[in-house]
Design a protein around this ligand. Structure first.
Ligand code: SF4
Ligand code: SF4
Length: 719
């Protein structure tokens, strides 16, 4: 029998057993209640007494709980086995350290509210209410087992008020979700046909949503109705249950017998549904209730969302580099599949999907889950991820912008899977887009993806005061120029502008000159970890000899790599971006700028700023470039997608060195159109890759909008 058939059999038997017990219990209880009620005029104490379960009911309920817990135990054990079958082990000490923060996240629903605010509000209503129902269900069971059990006085009043209000919240929220998914059916709750999706997922997601939504509506709805029957049986409204009291008015003509019987039927339905649902729970998307908090508690520590792990090429026992199959992924990457709520937020913000490519980070997580649900680790070890989780075309469409990781409300990291799969393709199969060969060769031979020899690396600085560390061995600032500003004709203007700024501010700085090699960012993002390893090791050795006090980079990719990824190679440095340093110089009064003349194209000049992914989202530098633009007295108009929600320029993730995958639009053109729509005359950037991509898009558009680095805009105003 396959895993899938066994799973269906267990769930089926558990549901039948739980359902049968519930039906039997309801019949027995209704019979018992009729006897109690017929014994005299119904009053509140009698009704309270009637809430008690009979002995037979208690036994049946206990049996149902045992059966459902047994089914849940086996399912949970299977999930535990699958997750721990991934690489590495969780560090439980992290959970203790993060507990308070994660609890705050759960209570405030903070990661959810960052996107789709209205939907998030309804989700919060359901989440808060359903969380409170853990207590409600427990107390309802105690009420059935213990004579006269109630929370006394004020505590009881507050409890009833919260249960009443939150029940209504859950019912409203759940109705919203069901209407949205099944009536309005928005395109952003699914993925396009061309994207690889498990054959059972398209229908399965809808069915799962219907089951989960129906269960919540019926569970909370029947409990709420039960309370309204009780209020009606009391004969007067309960001020602490305003909603249930309002509904109780509908039952004014009902006999006391009917009300108490109604309450009991509701009691059994509400709790019976929980028992019936629990065995299904581990297979549904509802299981994110467990795995989302676990994801926040246990995800390995990262300096940045884009920090990748180091591979040990010295270890001869390692036979697999990167992830070719599910079992090669880290345990936390497998857990991502269970934490996924299938909300498609990551897909909605993905620049590749947004421009018509076949890449969907959501589909990747969903495919992993469906493959595990319908197979299990035991039957999947040899199936390549590129056959069922994500296509090769999608793998190479990723710009490693990090938007999917940043926006995910449950802390999933689809980008990490993609980059790990690239590693396996490059290192194990030597499979990658042909155009990357030139950049790889450049990085191998001349330590520069443009393949410009080290002898030419300082050409950009001719005629400028740019000392090397040999000429100035004790600099306060070591300026890491980067391959693009050192060799790309357009990006050299950024380097030249920054050199003028440093000179004007009298900064004691030096560059590495010919000793500076590519950081290896593009090699790493392209999956060529071996090449990255070589470059990182050489650079760290050299930097540790130079012992920089502080490094300033003119490229966010260099910033990211030096700051977040070199520590794993023994390189620990203080690294900042040139826009941060310029902001410091302006703030400390070391940099004097000419006042802007009205009408000279200065004051009143409209500008917009494009946040580079590796400066903003990956390294959280949002304010400083904007503060610099403000100091330069430019009128900044933000694009709709800015700061953490910025849209990629299309060059990250080694896209700079290859053709874009087939889609409906180019990423750079989509972003440029957004910038142009602000009405800005100038588009400011802080990254040489963004500079190239936006310049290309501007030229294709007629060149009306100028594209400049923040440093160039500052240099134009130097006294
Ligand atoms: S990193 Fe960016 S491009 Fe890659 S999958 Fe995530 S959102 Fe899409
Ligand atoms: S990975 Fe995160 S953002 Fe993407 S569908 Fe799953 S839960 Fe939503």
């Amino acid at each position: 029998m396959t895993d899938s058939s066994r799973k269906k059999l267990i769930i089926g038997l558990a549901v039948m057993l739980a359902g049968g017990i519930v039906l039997l219990a309801t019949a027995i209880h209704v019979q018992a209640m009729s006897t109690v009620i017929q014994a005299g005029k119904v009053n509140w104490p009698l009704v309270e007494a009637a809430l008690m379960l009979t002995l037979v009911e208690k036994i049946l309920f206990g049996l149902a709980v045992a059966a459902t817990l047994a089914a849940a135990y086996f399912a949970a054990k299977r999930l535990g086995g699958i997750i721990t079958g991934g690489q590495g082990k969780p560090d439980w000490k992290l959970a203790f350290k993060r507990l308070a923060g994660v609890l705050a996240k759960i209570v405030t629903f903070q990661p959810v509210f960052r996107f789709r605010p209205l939907t998030s509000l309804f989700h919060a209503l359901v989440g808060w209410g359903f969380g409170f129902y853990l207590l409600v269900n427990l107390l309802d069971v105690l009420r059935g087992y213990l004579p006269g059990f109630e929370i006394p006085s004020t505590g009881g009043n507050i409890y009833r008020l919260l249960a009443d209000v939150l029940s209504v919240g859950v019912l409203i929220g759940m109705t919203f979700f069901l209407v949205r998914r099944f009536v309005f059916r928005p395109a952003n709750l699914s993925t396009r046909e061309a994207t690889l999706l498990h054959p059972k997922a398209r229908a399965g997601i809808r069915r799962d949503s219907a089951i989960v939504g129906g269960f919540i509506l019926l569970h909370v709805g029947s409990r709420f109705l039960g309370e309204s029957f009780l209020v009606a049986a009391q004969g007067h409204a309960d001020g602490w249950q305003p909603a249930a009291s309002a509904v109780a008015g509908l039952w004014s003509g009902w006999s006391p017998q009917a009300l108490v019987i109604g309450q009991h039927a509701a009691f059994w339905l509400a709790l019976g549904l929980i028992l019936a649902f629990i065995p299904y729970f581990p297979y549904s998307k509802h299981v994110h209730l467990f795995f989302a908090p676990l994801n926040f508690l246990l995800k390995p520590e990262r300096r940045s969302i884009g920090e990748l792990s180091r591979l040990n090429f010295e270890d001869e026992s390692v036979s697999q580099f990167g992830a070719a199959k599910l079992a090669d992924l880290g345990w936390e990457q497998i857990m991502d599949a269970y934490a996924c709520i299938m909300c498609f937020r990551c897909q909605e913000v993905c620049p590749a999907y947004g421009t018509g490519k076949v890449l969907s980070p959501a589909a990747l997580e969903i495919n992993k889950r469906y493959a595990l649900n319908y197979g299990g680790m035991s039957t999947l070890p040899e199936t390549p991820l590129t056959e069922f989780a994500i296509s090769e075309e999608a793998i190479w469409a990723c710009t490693s912008c990090g938007a999917c990781v940043d926006i995910c409300p449950v802390n999933n990291e689809p980008m990490r899977d993609i980059l790990d799969i690239r590693r396996a393709l490059v290192l194990m199969e030597n499979t990658f887009p042909k155009q990357l060969e030139t950049a790889f060769r450049g990085m191998e031979r001349t330590f520069n993806p443009w393949n410009i020899s080290p002898a030419e690396r300082m050409k950009w600085a001719e005629g400028l005061k740019v000392p090397t560390v040999e000429q100035n061995p004790q600099p306060d600032i070591l300026w890491w120029v980067g391959c693009a500003p050192a060799t790309d004709a357009r990006a050299q203007k950024t380097a030249q502008a920054f050199a003028k700024i440093l000179d004007a501010a009298g900064v004691n700085f030096a560059v590495l000159g010919q000793r500076e090699q590519c950081t290896g960012d593009s090699a790493r993002r392209a999956g060529n970890e071996y090449l990255f390893n070589e470059l990182a090791t050489t650079n760290v050795t050299m930097l540790n000899e130079v012992k920089p006090k502080r490094i300033v980079t003119t490229c966010p990719h260099c910033l990211h790599t030096l700051k977040n990824e070199y520590p794993a190679f023994g390189g620990n440095y203080e690294v900042i971006h040139h826009t941060q340093f310029i902001n410091e110089l302006i703030g400390s009064g070391r940099l004097e700028l000419n006042p802007v003349e009205q009408g000279s194209g200065g004051a009143g000049e409209h500008i917009t700023f494009h946040d580079p992914c590796y400066l903003g989202r990956h390294n959280k530098v949002f304010a400083e470039p904007r503060e610099v633009l403000e100091a330069v007295q430019l009128n900044l108009t933000e694009m709709p997608r800015h700061a953490a929600k910025s849209f990629c320029c299309g060059a990250g993730g080694a896209q700079m060195w290859k053709e874009e995958e087939h889609g409906t639009q180019n990423v750079n053109k989509a972003r440029f159109a957004e910038a142009k729509a602000t009405g800005a005359e100038t588009l400011a950037v802080g990254c040489p890759f963004c500079l190239t991509m936006m310049n290309d898009a501007s030229k294709a558009d007629g060149g009306e909008v100028q594209v400049k680095d923040v440093a160039e805009l500052v240099a134009e105003r130097l006294k």
